[in-house]
Write a protein that binds this ligand. Structure first.
Ligand code: GUN
Ligand code: ZN
Length: 427
């Protein structure tokens, strides 16, 4: 057993439905076998457990580990390709890099950078878009297992319109996906995600094969892209005989509680209704939407329809791993939407980056906040003395204001330490 002493901030009660930020100052969490077994004032818990070791985290703020619900492993070296809209960016920038994943040595280097990048940003769980090559997905799961991250990922599949070396067939997609799931699903903290790239690059036969794979792997997730860019949407409508984008997945039974679809910047009300009824989650990726000029995310319409929303970094169209930056950008977008925007506070941003993400990927019984019974997946934000964040937080009136300053000024450099299941990852 270990006591962790410090200031803990989390969002067990949803701020979008009236819940308040939870702040525990000079508090302690008692962690046993990776699970939080008690929480309360430090003095009380110290007295109750006089012989147990204490890890002193005072002088910073402890948050739950972030949950990134949309991030591309093969694109880490493609961050920063500015100035292109989605389809041009894919063809000229992202997909040539994805093709390099055919080389296992290259993929190994990228996987190593990727898992370190996530952990350094305070991300402890992620739904990861894998590679189009089975061996590269093996390499990712191997790297994630070494670091100890909670990764859900899988083989990315497509059978039309991309460069030829990235294409597969429905039969091959089925066989390779099941073989990967056999090796990795439920092994350690790894889980499998069925991952067609987007319906633009997938025939109905391939999407049907995806559904079969999802049915054959209990507890696996489904992830893809939807309604990101106007030109993309027009092409999808044409290829699928006038169908809306969400229906291209829904008609194969792929819009449900196990589904996480990235973007949805341009949905119709009919599509929002379908997403809400299915229980699917939208991974909102605000820096990606801004960098590619995809548009301003209609969060208020999602909430009005009861569609679940969480946050994704969408590296490499997104501009980095930090969900602090994604939270701030989500806030900016809602401000820019004026009357149509949804006003966001620091509590909303933290909820989107933690609890909402855990709910999206079905890990909410285990992680997402720091309640008794949850696993101790956490990060210590402790900026260096004299840094802009340290100076700012020193003048914050209360914990909520400090959290707003953390989202505004914080970077991975301010993430001092990260734990998963109570084990220290990164210092
Ligand atoms: N749609 C299909 N593939 C991708 C991708 O890699 N990034 C983004 N942002 N959108 C996509
Ligand atoms: Zn993406």
């Amino acid at each position: 057993m270990t006591l962790f002493r410090g200031t803990f901030i989390d969002t067990p009660e949803n701020p979008f439905t009236g819940g308040a930020l939870r702040v525990a100052t000079d508090a302690a969490l008692v962690v046993k076998d990776g699970v939080i077994v008690a929480r309360g004032p430090y003095a009380e818990l110290r007295a109750a457990h006089p012989a147990e070791p204490t890890v002193d985290l005072t002088g910073g703020v402890v948050l739950p580990g972030f949950v990134d619900t949309h991030v591309h492993f093969p694109q880490i070296r493609a961050v920063g390709g500015l100035g292109m809209p989605l389809l041009e960016w894919l063809d000229r920038y992202a997909l040539p890099e994805e093709a390099r994943m055919a080389d296992v040595d290259y993929a190994t280097g990228v996987a190593d950078e990727f898992v370190r990048g996530l952990a350094a940003a305070g991300t402890t769980s992620a739904l990861v878009f894998g590679a189009h090559y089975s061996d590269a997905v093996d390499v990712l799961f191997t790297a994630a297992s070494r670091v100890g991250l909670r990764i859900t990922s899988g083989l990315v599949v497509s059978d039309r319109l991309l460069r030829p070396e990235l294409l597969t067939s429905p039969a091959r997609a089925y066989t390779e996906s099941l073989a990967l799931a056999e090796r990795w699903h439920g092994v350690g903290r790894n889980r499998y995600a069925v991952t067609p790239r987007f319906s633009l690059s997938c025939t109905d036969d391939l999407l049907a094969a995806c559904r079969t794979v999802l049915d054959e792997i209990p507890g696996s997730l489904f992830t893809s892209h939807v309604n990101e860019n106007e030109a993309e949407i027009a092409n999808v409508t044409e290829l699928f005989g006038g169908s809306d984008y969400v229906s291209t997945y829904d008609r194969h039974g792929l819009v449900n509680r196990r589904s996480v679809l990235a973007h949805n910047v341009h949905p119709t009300d009919v599509e929002l209704k379908m997403l809400a009824e299915g229980g699917a989650t939208i991974a909102h990726c605000p820096t990606s939407n801004a960098a590619l000029g995809s548009g301003l995310f209609p969060l208020a319409r999602h909430l009005q329809h009861g569609v679940r929303v969480a946050l994704g970094s969408d590296v490499g169209a997104g501009t980095g791993f930090s969900l602090l930056k994604e939270g701030l950008q989500a806030y900016f977008v809602q401000r820019l939407l004026g009357e149509q925007g949804c006003p966001l506070t620091a509590a909303h941003l933290l909820h989107l980056a933690t609890t909402a993400g855990a709910e999206a990927i079905g890990l909410d019984a285990e992680v997402g906040d720091l309640s008794v019974g949850k696993r101790f997946d956490a990060q210590l934000l402790r900026p260096a003395d004299g840094s802009p964040l340290a100076v700012s937080v020193a003048h914050a009136e209360d914990a909520e204001e400090a959290l707003a300053r953390i989202f505004t000024l914080g970077t991975p450099a301010d993430v001092h330490a990260v734990w998963i299941d109570g084990h220290l990852l990164h210092h």
